[in-house]
Design a protein around this ligand. Sequence first.
Ligand code: GRF
Length: 190
Amino acid sequence: MQSVIIFASGGGSNAAAIIQYFRGQSNVRVAMIVSNNPNAGVLDIAKREEIPFLIVDRKAFSESLFLEQLATAEPALLILAGFLWKIPESLVKAYPGKIINIHPALLPGYGGKGMYGIHVHKAVLEARERESGITIHYVNERYDDGATVLQAHCPVMSDDTPQVLAARVLKLEHYFYPRTIGFLLEQIAG
Ligand code: GRF
């Protein structure tokens, strides 16, 4: 049995897609959900799915108690899915090569501080890009900087609004994130 922990700050549609994908697989379980936002929609998903959750504040996030709480799940992977805080060095060091993130654009373009949610898609449209997509990457101490695991592309249409483009990119996320996680878990299991 392999456990994963999902970190999310918002609605949690990626978390829902991941939970749904692994529901039928007895060898993988979403053991915990971590959020920095007590009002995040992802916590409703956690309650509905009866998955234990942790709400962290900035102080607790870097403390050893938090690391101990995570360790109880013995996670094979920590999965960031719309988690807006920078991951502290203590966490990167505790889980080297085991933390992944999804970004709703083709990094290294349109990444870095402040590039999240609709801001990303606005910037892509303002630059008149002809394609966008997703980047699934390992997490290190810097924003959107770790090695790429997978990119998937989609076209940008000339009449796209940021919301329309966001919805197209989100479909890629929901399809590819769970499958990429499954692939990585298989590699980890050997
Ligand atoms: C996604 O677009 C993801 O790429 C980004 O934040 C968004 C999270 O959406 N990092 P949701 O909370 O999973 O619906």
